[in-house]
Design a binder for this molecule. Structure first.
Ligand code: FES
Ligand SMILES: [Fe+2]
Length: 433
């Protein structure tokens, strides 16, 4: 339970909000790199409640411009794409992707443009994603080098969808193992029959609906473990699924080959990026690509039908809270469907979004099943507090070895699930900002 003030502090991400200031201290992925082609028109991007324009110059460098022009605020979304820079149509000021001012045709003095800098953000391209740093330049952190960034594109499958609610309630679903066997029971029941590595890894979850849960603070966020005692034809054992929450908005799935980034568009809309990778298979090539997407329910057709794309979000003819997400009550009555929703993603979206665009936490009744949720609140609020107090937030106070941060799963061989996490890290000593 959180009082309304603390809830707002937790959730709001604008430039003047505590959590917004904290989130601006991290590198955030804002779109799949393949979606921004050389020579394309400038693309609108919304991130943390602010409007930007993404564009790739003719040498392939990607840039993220504040939407309003440095001069007098005309929209750079309307700018002319001129190969080496974007030129505002109002008075023709032209900016390179790194903010260098290339031309100011209405100011004759050539020295003028050398003294000013365009309103661009630091951008990196890595792991098939474009990343931005929106915070103060003097606090720009080291760029996180995840091992999956070094794989070939063919071995990495990236999807993006959007949801109509605050980012915190979307992350909650990722550190909430006990909903899997219930909300997603139909999908899990099918998973044993599907010969995809992904499906096999989640198959045991349906066999114990009340996992024991535990958390461990780390210097990047926390590990979250769900332990299930299982006794079946394979014999009695305890299976552990361990997720890593990486501040401020990443969860490494216990499957060990999925990273999810839950990036606020604004206070009430969220972009959800999945990165699936394989050390051995070209999962981004057909037929594996389509099979993965179909099993998880992230095909372009599903995203469009459920209103999870930029173009369809909030449309009245798509499933949404006002039409109860087109829930199929008949299928529920007939015992054909637990949730009345078509797939895993739709179930998660409906569960998150139906709680309200920015859900009220004053009346929630958290239980022992929600240790991941309370730890999430505490960790995010600690990040906001750190920045407010002039310190660096979690994961930035001292360099994190990203190659050792992982989600994982397995049968417990020892008493302590932490032994499964080779790269386990203790909480950071607080460093200076
Ligand atoms: S407003 Fe952009 S050049 Fe004047
Ligand atoms: Fe879920």
């Amino acid at each position: 339970m959180l009082n309304p003030d603390t809830n707002q502090r937790l959730c709001r991400v604008g430039p003047d909000d505590a959590m917004g200031r904290a989130m601006r201290r991290y590198w955030l992925p804002f779109m799949p790199a393949a979606e921004l082609a050389i020579g394309e028109d400038p693309r609108g991007v919304e991130l943390l409640g602010e409007r930007f324009v993404a564009w790739r110059d003719d040498s392939g460098r990607a840039g993220l411009y504040h939407q309003s022009c440095l001069h007098r605020g005309a929209s750079m979304r309307l700018a002319r794409a001129e190969g080496d820079g974007l030129r505002c149509i109002y008075h023709g000021w032209k900016f390179a992707v790194d903010g260098t001012v290339l031309d100011t045709p209405n100011v004759a003095d050539p020295a003028f443009k050398a003294r000013i800098k365009g309103r661009t953000c630091a951008v990196r391209e890595a792991g098939g994603l474009l990343w931005a740093y929106l915070g103060p330049r003097e606090h720009e952190p080291e760029f996180p080098r995840w091992p999956w960034m070094d794989l070939p594109d063919a071995q990495r499958l990236i999807t993006r969808h959007v949801e109509e609610c605050n980012f915190v309630q979307v992350i909650e679903g990722l550190v909430d193992s006990s909903h899997l066997g219930l909300l997603h029971m139909n999908g899990l029941q099918q998973s044993g029959a599907v010969d995809l590595g992904f499906a096999q890894k989640v198959n045991s979850m349906q066999r114990n609906l009340a996992p024991r849960l535990d958390v461990q603070d780390t210097d990047f966020g926390f590990y979250y473990a769900a332990l299930r005692d299982i006794d079946d034809e394979a014999g009695p054992r305890t299976e552990a699924r361990v997720a890593a929450f990486v501040a401020p908005c990443c969860v490494l799935n216990p499957n060990g080959d999925i990273a999810t980034f839950v990036v606020p568009i604004d206070d009430e809309r969220t972009a959800f990026l999945h990165i699936f990778w394989s050390e051995t298979q070209e999962i981004n090539r057909e037929p594996l690509r389509s099979r993965h997407l179909e099993f998880i329910g992230l095909t372009p057709e599903v995203l469009d039908a459920f209103g999870l794309t930029d173009d369809t979000l909030g449309r009245a003819d798509r499933p949404n809270p006002r039409n109860h997400f087109h829930q199929d009550r008949e299928a529920m009555r007939l015992g054909k469907s637990w949730s009345g929703l078509p797939g895993l993603i739709e179930e998660d979206v409906a569960a998150s979004v139906s709680a309200g665009a920015l859900r009220d936490r004053a009346h929630e009744m958290l239980s022992i099943a929600d240790v991941g949720i309370t730890r999430l609140y505490r960790t995010l609020l600690a990040c906001a507090d750190a920045v407010d107090q002039g310190r660096a937030p979690l994961g930035i106070a001292r360099g994190v070895d990203w190659s050792r941060v992982q989600g994982t799963h397995g049968v417990l061989a020892s008493e302590d699930w932490r032994d499964l996490v080779a790269g386990r890290r203790e909480p950071a000593t607080e460093g200076a900002a």
